[in-house]
Ligand binder design. Structure first.
Ligand SMILES: Cc1cc2nc3c(=O)[nH]c(=O)nc-3n(C[C@H](O)[C@H](O)[C@H](O)COP(=O)(O)OP(=O)(O)OC[C@H]3O[C@@H](n4cnc5c(N)ncnc54)[C@H](O)[C@@H]3O)c2cc1C
Ligand code: FES
Length: 287
C-alpha cells in the first residue's frame, strides 16, 4: 500500500470539526518528559490515513485540544502514533492517558513533507528535539521506497543524551546502505562519547551535494534559522529547503485565523513550507 500523495490526504469533511473517538492502546516512555502514544479505533469509525508531516488535533476530554504531529509509519493503517512532550496542562493529561482510555482525533491536517518532489534526490533531514517526531514518518516512507531516493542523511540535535528520541531506530537506520544518521547534544556529561554542539556542527561530517539535495527541517525556530543559513551558504536553493512551522491553533481547518503567518494559514497551507515562502516570516513571533 502506498502513502497518499501530497494534497490527497485532506481530512474527510466529517473529521474536520468533529473528533473521531480513538482508544489509547499503548504509551511508551521515550525520555523523562516525552511519550509515544499508540491510538487504535475507539468506535465504529476507522482512524484516518495520513501523509508524512501532517498533524492531528487531539482532544483530551475535559482538558482541551491541541495539535500534535503524527509520528508513526504511514503505511501501517488502523493505528496512529503521536510522540508528545509534556510541557503544560493538556500535554500532561495526554501523556498520562492509560490504555483503554479515549482521545478524540480530528484530521489529519496540513500539507506534509514533499516526498514526491524529493524522489531521485538526496534527502537531508535536520531535526531538533521533539522535531524528529514529525520527520519520522518521512524516514519510514523513504526506507520503504528506498529505490526512489538517493542518500538519506539525518542530523539530529537534542539538549542532552537523555533528551535524544528514537535512539535505537537512529542507530539501526545508520547501518543501512546510503544512510547516515548523526546525533549531537548541547551538553554531553562525562559518560557521553558522541558529538557535542548545535546540530549545524554536524554539517562538516556530511557530503552535501546542493544540486541534488532536498532538505527537510523541524525543530525550534532558532535552530531552523541557523540551519537554513548554513544550507544557503552551501548552495542549497531556498525552494529545496522545507520547514515545518508551529503556531497556536484552534480550528486547524483554515477558518479561525489563529495560526496566520503573513498571507498563510499554517494549519492549512503548512505546517510544511518551502523556505522561499517562509524567509520573510522567520523572525515573526506569535502574538
Ligand atoms: C502543527 C503542530 C504540530 C505539533 N506537533 C507536536 C508533536 O508532535 N509533539 C509535541 O510534543 N508537540 C507538538 N506540538 C506542540 C504542542 O501542540 C504544544 O506543546 C501544546 O499545544 C502545549 O499545550 P499544553 O496545554 O500542554 O501547554 P501550554 O500551557 O499551552 O504551554 C506550555 C509551554 O509550552 C509552550 N508551547 C505551547 N505551544 C507551543 C508550540 N506550538 N510550540 C512551542 N512551544 C509551545 C508554551 O509557550 C509554554 O511555555 C505541535 C504544534 C503544532 C502547531
Ligand atoms: S487554526 Fe484556525 S485557521 Fe489555522
Amino acid at each position: 500500500m502506498s502513502t497518499l500523495a501530497p494534497g490527497q490526504a485532506a481530512a474527510p469533511a466529517a473529521a474536520v470539526m468533529r473528533p473521531v473517538p480513538a482508544r489509547v492502546e499503548r504509551v511508551i516512555k521515550e525520555t523523562h518528559d516525552t511519550f509515544t502514544l499508540t491510538l487504535g479505533p475507539g468506535g465504529g469509525e476507522p482512524l484516518p490515513r495520513f501523509h508524512p508531516g501532517q498533524f492531528s488535533m487531539l482532544y483530551v476530554f475535559g482538558a482541551g485540544e491541541l495539535p500534535i504531529s503524527i509520528s508513526g509509519d504511514p503505511e501501517l493503517p488502523d493505528r496512529l502514533h503521536y510522540t508528545v512532550r509534556s510541557v503544560g496542562p493538556v500535554t500532561y493529561r495526554l501523556v498520562t492517558r492509560q490504555p483503554g482510555e479515549s482521545v478524540g482525533v480530528r484530521g489529519p491536517f496540513g500539507a506534509g513533507w514533499p516526498l514526491t518532489e524529493a524522489r531521485g534526490k538526496d534527502v537531508l533531514i535536520i531535526a531538533g528535539g521533539i522535531g524528529l517526531a514529525p520527520l519520522r514518518p518521512a524516514v519510514y516512507h523513504i526506507l520503504r521506497h528506498r529505490g526512489d531516493f538517493n542518500r538519506l542523511m539525518v542530523l539530529y540535535g537534542a539538549r542532552s543524551p537523555q533528551d535524544l528520541l528514537f535512539k535505537k531506530e537512529l542507530a539501526a537506520w545508520n547501518l543501512l546502505p546510503d544512510t547516515q544518521c548523526l546525533s549531537t547534544v548541547d551538553y554531553g556529561g562525562v559518560s557521553w562519547r558522541g558529538y557535542v554542539g548545535v546540530v549545524t556542527t554536524l554539517f562538516r561530517y556530511t557530503r552535501l551535494l546542493p544540486s541534488q539535495t532536498v532538505a527537510l527541517l523541524c525543530g525550534p525556530e532558532i535552530m531552523m534559522r541557523y540551519a537554513t543559513g548554513e544550507l544557503e551558504q552551501r548552495g542549497l536553493p531556498r525552494d529545496r529547503i522545507f520547514l515545518s512551522m508551529e503556531r497556536n491553533m484552534k480550528c486547524a481547518a483554515g477558518f479561525c485565523g489563529h495560526c496566520q503567518l503573513g498571507p498563510y494559514f499554517v494549519c492549512k497551507d503548512g505546517p510544511v513550507f518551502p523556505y522561499s515562502k517562509m524567509k520573510p516570516y522567520m523572525d515573526q513571533y506569535e502574538l
